[in-house]
Design a protein around this ligand. Structure first.
Ligand code: GLP
Length: 240
């Protein structure tokens, strides 16, 4: 794992450069994208660079990590809605080339078709991740099997609590989500994980310095050969 530490602005700018470099070399790259508050700065920077003509997503494809079960793209808390408003509306990606898992799959067999779509697109070149306080990546909660493909998950109460700030009340937070699996994520050629703020410091320490184990899903990224963490000083504060 490579760890890059700086101010939030510095690491956002360095992460954005990865997209500039990748898309210059491979304009039709396949991007794995994430939601949450963490990628917002990166998405704003990508939009700025795109507006300035420094990168283009015109031939790129994207696959998002996850979606809430039961929310369609018109719901303002769906991850499709989030992606449209925070990134896709501001860059030149073709909407038909953007993919977010359906929040209406009925079982894992149907959810797994997302893996087949990713494979048919050539596989993910660069996967972006945030991290939950319990080490979840996408919505792969602790103890998700290493071999998991895209599947339906029951969200932990701590994750629902953490995400209730976006809903009117906890009762409105969906109980289930569909997420790329750990195996899906590990198949990506390169991975970027971003984390900001003191609240993420402990889980970042476990991710980087703990033994890779399924009780801390993000720690499994140690087993991937091309992972870079972009951290601000606060998120990196207990790494030593
Ligand atoms: C959510 C998402 C994750 C995200 C995490 C952290 O539950 N499913 O993909 O990484 O929470 O969110 P934030 O970036 O807001 O801290």
């Amino acid at each position: 794992m490579k760890v890059i530490v700086g101010t939030k602005e510095e690491v956002v700018s360095q992460a954005a450069q990865r997209y500039v470099d990748l898309l210059a070399k491979k304009p039709d790259a396949v991007l794995g994208l994430a939601t949450g508050s963490t990628p917002l700065g990166l998405y704003a920077e990508l939009a700025r660079l795109c507006a300035e003509g420094k990168l283009s997503f015109a031939e790129a494809k994207s696959f998002n990590l996850d979606e809430y079960i039961g929310l369609d793209g018109t719901h303002d808390q769906s991850y499709r809605y989030f992606m449209d408003r925070n990134l896709f509306d501001h860059i030149d990606i073709k909407r038909e080339n953007t993919h977010v898992p359906s929040g209406f799959v009925k079982d894992d067999a149907e959810a797994e078709r997302y893996d087949a779509e990713i494979a048919a697109a050539g596989g993910i070149d660069l996967q972006l991740l945030g991290i939950g306080h319990n080490g979840h990546i996408g919505f792969n909660e602790p103890l998700t099997p290493f071999t998991s493909l895209t599947h339906i998950v029951k969200l932990t109460e701590s994750t629902r609590e953490a995400n209730k700030r976006f809903f009117k009340s906890i009762d409105e937070v969906p109980t289930h989500a569909v997420t790329m699996g750990i195996h899906t994520v590990m198949q990506s050629r390169s991975i970027i994980l971003m984390a900001f703020g003191e609240g993420k410091a402990d889980i970042i320490r476990k991710t980087v310095m703990g033994r890779p184990e399924i009780s801390v899903p993000a720690s499994l990224l140690q087993l991937h050969e091309d992972v870079t963490l972009y951290l601000d000083h606060e998120a990196a504060s207990v790494l030593n």
